[in-house]
Write a protein that binds this ligand. Structure first.
Ligand code: MTE
Ligand code: HPA
Ligand code: MOS
Length: 780
């Protein structure tokens, strides 16, 4: 077990409500659009390309300019700095210039006195575009060898030989769809010019530091002249990791031109059409395996539809490669990752960041193997799990440990050999498999399916440099505490957890600690709040800052009481030496009078991680988060409709800083994943125009879709790595637990096909999401 310093009265480990929960339900927690507008604020609306690919020959804005209330048209010609956004790959124009590369691409803005005037006028801008042939799908991009970035391969052993010599072999192809983020608060920015060429930008962003960098770059000014602030987002889900930056740059360029504050809030339909989504993926695989389903050779081609620019597609596709093993040891393996360029929105970060697209590949293959062999898929999953010991029975001494990933990271912390059997018991999996078989034998119309799938998710930014964080802790003379850190709050409870950590470090009640807006002028160069690492990074940085203040106070008290500083304790709002116990605030005011520093910065960098970008090998992750889910579904064989009936989850958050928030993350992540795999279908028409651009046609889960039985349990062990409170990151890993729904649906489809007379062992060929149409055609 892990030793922890605090034993009692700690804020960490308890289900404190989210710091904004009460204000949010009362409507008293402002988002960017709620902020009081500075005098003279004007409003912008985007001018969008109706064409997926074409030459932009002219923009006629005469009619738009004549519209009442219109103040200006802003285009690429108005950019004083670099007309190309300051992304890593530097391949994305701020506004489309000679060419347009997707339907929805922003060519410019209309700025007006009111939101409505700007939006009406934007539709009156006449664009002269000569259409060119557009590449829209992965097969088209592969045929044209159209890529945003070069192919990446990770290989070990001899995949071809492993497949060729195996007793059994399968080959298959399938695809998974993208996903719209559907944050409740749409994309927005408010750019406010300040004195002497300085800027304040209010942005709903996961990455204020990058917004600052992009705005400075486009305006051609230094970063120090741009301050970006974000108190909270109404959800980000990865969709505000880079995409928020575009709006900030656009509104700042508009504000520069009209010399007034400019707010740009996208209409929901426009948000759908302009911003990138989860990457759709297509797969070709070949696998060889033995009679128990143990994988002996595996080749996987993963093709990501990246859209028109690189954005985050490189790291997303990398993370898909890093998760194409999920929890399974692959001795002889070849994974090829293609990053396809198409004339669509530039697809971007979305919860799991390519991980889900990797995990679903191997889970689908394992499901195919189990059906082919006619054995229970859970047994196939168990024999393939990473295992440090020589567990292959007779002659085991000759078998090397099955504990290293295809990218050569040793899996040291695997708990799935204990966690999965525990879930199996809790969910009564074996009995219920029999009950499901009985149900399916007795019922013709409704078929059921049951599946357990595990998750092993790597925690850290795969780009090692982003795994750093900073924080500031201020103690005021009344003993109240203010914390600022580089992370952002998007509903996930980061600020609450960081406040809990700081409260415990100083031994004060949680109510004394306030976390303030993310602000580039307080903590510079902060990474995106992403990769689930917000608490791991910022919690540690804030803890370090609080520890410095505590050390200052301890030394001060040690001087007063003539004891060692190490003997001074901080608990229950008191500072206790072997001689005295004083109220925290009394020590603070006395320390202030003695000119002791009551505030500090703190910095953290994740230890142990490293990897080679060329070969994708090394230890990209500090540790893994684990979990497993058991899902039962029913499908209607007449309509193809499906419903999730029951879900049991056992998930590993290490030692939970806040169990209520963690369970909320698991529930939310699971339901969002369920939506991705069942009802959320993005449809682009043959011209590359997104046809599903509103909730009327794009169906996210509602409260009524939450399974009637939905039980979430936390795995009770601490993180063996030295993370804050020995907790584990929780934001993304549970998303992939929903792959159990996908496998349960495929099992139900297999049952329906068996009823209809087909071979139970035949492949279930289906692509995600498992919409009613897809389920129906998979049954036929
Ligand atoms: N939870 C809520 N309520 N809203 C969000 O936007 N984003 C998810 C996850 N949980 C999100 C969320 C994503 S994509 C990530 S990477 C993490 O939260 C980021 O926050 P963390 O690192 O603090 O967990
Ligand atoms: N996860 C999320 N966001 C990121 C990552 C990652 O691994 N790398 C760069 N941005
Ligand atoms: Mo999350 S996709 O890493 O923002």
């Amino acid at each position: 077990m892990i030793q922890v310093r605090q034993t009692e009265a700690s804020a960490c480990g308890s289900s404190h409500p989210h710091e904004s929960a009460r204000a949010q339900v009362q409507g008293l927690a402002p988002y960017v659009d709620d902020l009081p507008e500075p005098r003279g604020t004007l409003y912008a609306a985007p001018i969008m390309s109706p064409v997926a690919h074409g030459s932009l020959r002219g923009i006629n804005a005469a009619a738009a300019m004549a519209h009442p209330g219109v103040r200006a048209i802003v285009t690429a010609a108005d950019i004083p700095g670099d007309p190309v956004l300051a992304t890593f790959v530097h391949d994305e124009p701020v506004f489309a210039r000679e060419k347009v590369e997707y339907a929805g691409q922003v060519i410019g803005l209309v700025v007006a006195d009111s939101v409505q005037a700007a939006r009406h006028a934007a539709r009156q801008v006449v664009l002269d575009i000569e259409p060119l042939p557009a590449i829209l799908t992965i097969p088209q991009a592969m045929a044209a060898q159209s890529f945003v970035l070069p192919k990446v391969t990770v290989a070990r052993g001899d995949a071809a030989a492993g497949i060729r010599t195996a007793p059994h072999r399968l080959k298959g192809s399938f695809a998974v769809g993208g996903q719209e983020h559907f944050y409740l608060e749409g994309q927005i920015a408010l750019a406010v010019p300040q004195e002497q060429g300085q800027w304040l930008v209010h942005s709903s962003t996961q990455h204020p530091g990058e917004v600052q960098h992009w705005v400075a770059h486009a305006l051609g000014i230094a970063s120090h002249a741009v301050r970006v602030e974000c108190r909270r987002m109404g959800g980000g889900f990865g969709g505000k990791e880079t995409q928020a930056g575009h709006l900030a740059v656009w509104s700042a360029l508009a504000a520069l031109k009209v010399k007034a504050p400019v707010k740009l809030r996208l209409d929901r339909d426009d948000d759908f059409q302009i911003t990138g989504k989860r990457h759709p993926f297509a797969y070709d695989y070949e696998v060889g395996f033995d009679g128990e389903g143990r994988i002996l050779g595996f080749r996987l081609d993963m093709m990501a539809n990246c859209g028109f620019s690189a954005d985050l597609s490189g790291p997303v596709a990398d993370r898909a490669v890093f998760h194409a093993d999920n929890a399974y040891f692959l001795s002889d393996v070849e994974i090829n990752s293609y990053r396809c360029k198409t004339h669509l929105q530039s697809h971007t970060a979305f919860r799991g960041f390519g991980g889900p697209q990797g995990v679903i590949a191997i889970e689908t293959v394992v499901g195919d193997i189990a059906r082919h062999l006619g054995c229970d898929a859970l047994d196939v999953r168990m024999v393939n799990l990473y295992a440090p010991w020589l567990a292959v029975g007779e002659g085991a001494a000759a078998v090397p440990p099955r504990d290293t990933t295809p990218y050569r990271m040793k899996v040291e912390d695997n708990i799935l050999h204990d966690l999965i059997p525990e879930l199996e018991r809790m969910s009564r999996y074996r009995v219920r498999q029999q009950e499901v078989a009985l149900w399916n034998a007795q019922h013709k119309t409704i078929k059921r399916g049951l599946a357990i799938t595990p998750v092993k998710f790597g925690i850290s930014f795969t780009a090692t440099l982003f795994n750093q964080a900073g924080a500031l802790v201020h103690v005021y003379t009344d003993g109240s505490v203010q914390v600022n850190h580089g992370g952002t709050e998007m509903g996930q409870g980061l600020h609450t957890k960081v406040a809990q950590v700081v409260a415990d470090e100083l031994g004060v009640p949680l109510g004394r600690v306030l976390v303030t807006s993310s602000d580039t002028s307080k903590v510079p160069n902060a990474s995106a709040t992403a990769a689930s690492s917000g608490t791991d990074l910022n919690g540690k940085a804030a803890q370090a800052a609080a520890r410095t203040v505590r050390d200052n106070l301890a030394a001060f008290v040690a001087g007063l009481d003539d004891c060692g500083a190490g003997a001074v304790e901080f608990a229950h709002g008191r500072i206790i030496s072997p001689k005295t116990s004083r109220a925290f605030e009394d020590v603070v005011s006395q320390a202030y009078a003695n000119r002791i520093q009551l505030w500090s910065d703190g910095f953290y960098r994740t230890p142990k991680i490293h990897y080679d970008k060329q070969t994708l090998t090394g230890r990209p992750f500090f540790y893994f988060a684990y979990g497993a889910a058991c899902s039962e579904v029913a499908i209607d064989t007449r309509t193809g409709e499906s419903r999730v009936l029951a879900v049991d989850i056992l998930h590993d958050v290490g030692r939970s800083i806040n169990p209520a928030i963690d369970i909320g993350q698991i529930e939310g992540g699971f339901i969002q994943g369920m939506g991705w795999l069942t009802t959320e279908e993005l449809v682009w028409n043959e011209k590359g125009v997104l046809a599903t651009k509103a909730p009327s046609t794009y169906k996210i889960p509602t409260a009524a879709d939450v399974p009637p039985h939905f039980a979430v349990h936390l795995w009770p062990e601490a993180n063996p790595e030295d993370t804050v409170f020995n907790s584990k990151a929780v934001g993304e890993p549970p998303f992939m637990l929903a792959i159990s729904v996908w496998e349960a649906v495929r099992n139900a489809v297999a049952a329906a096909r068996e009823e209809a007379g087909s071979d139970a062992r035949a492949m279930v060929c289906m692509s995600a999401p498992a919409t009613a149409e897809k389920v129906l055609s998979a049954m036929r």
